[in-house]
Design a protein around this ligand. Structure first.
Ligand code: 5GP
Ligand code: ZN
Length: 143
């Protein structure tokens, strides 16, 4: 479906052409952090993934895990590079291990990984990011 040119045209700039590298967006906060123009408290990175502490933490551990390439949402990312979505989840697990939120091979005490999409979910930065939250009991359902 994503490779259908008509679908891609409908989705417009959210979905860049398959296989094409996505350029940094100059007015995107997270692209500017990736570029080093805005400081970030980095806790983990690979060549394609960056993880840094949220400026307004909602839990003892609150880390944002982002692709270094600009994609607006998880759906936009998975349409062009599903492997990179997997690298984000792996990056989050690496940080969770570092932060003592899980042990190698275990799931305790645990953490939450969440990505907000769109205004009703409260997405305020339009560069896909996973919130990695842990270090306290997290209520469910979320607010
Ligand atoms: P969203 O609301 O899009 O799901 O999440 C955006 C997150 O980015 C928020 O949790 C917010 O606190 C965080 N944030 C906004 N500006 C900055 C910043 O300049 N530095 C850092 N480290 N986090 C930020
Ligand atoms: Zn960006």
């Amino acid at each position: 479906m994503w490779s259908d040119p008509r679908t891609r045209a409908r989705l417009g700039r959210l979905v860049p052409p398959v296989g094409r590298r996505v350029d940094a967006v100059s007015d995107c906060l997270f692209c500017r952090m990736v570029a080093g123009e805005i400081p970030a408290d980095v806790v983990h990175q690979t060549d394609r993934v960056l993880a840094f502490r949220d400026i307004n933490p909602q839990a003892p551990t609150h880390v944002l895990v982002i692709p270094k390439e600009h994609h607006a949402t998880a759906a936009a990312l998975v349409a062009v590079d599903p492997g990179l979505l997997g690298e984000l989840v792996a990056g989050a697990q690496t940080v969770a291990l570092q932060e003592g939120l899980v042990t190698d091979g275990g799931t305790e005490p645990g953490y939450r990984l969440v990505t907000n999409t769109g205004p009703q979910a409260g997405q305020s930065v339009h560069h896909v990011h996973f919130h990695l939250l842990g270090g306290r009991n997290l209520g469910w359902p979320p607010g």
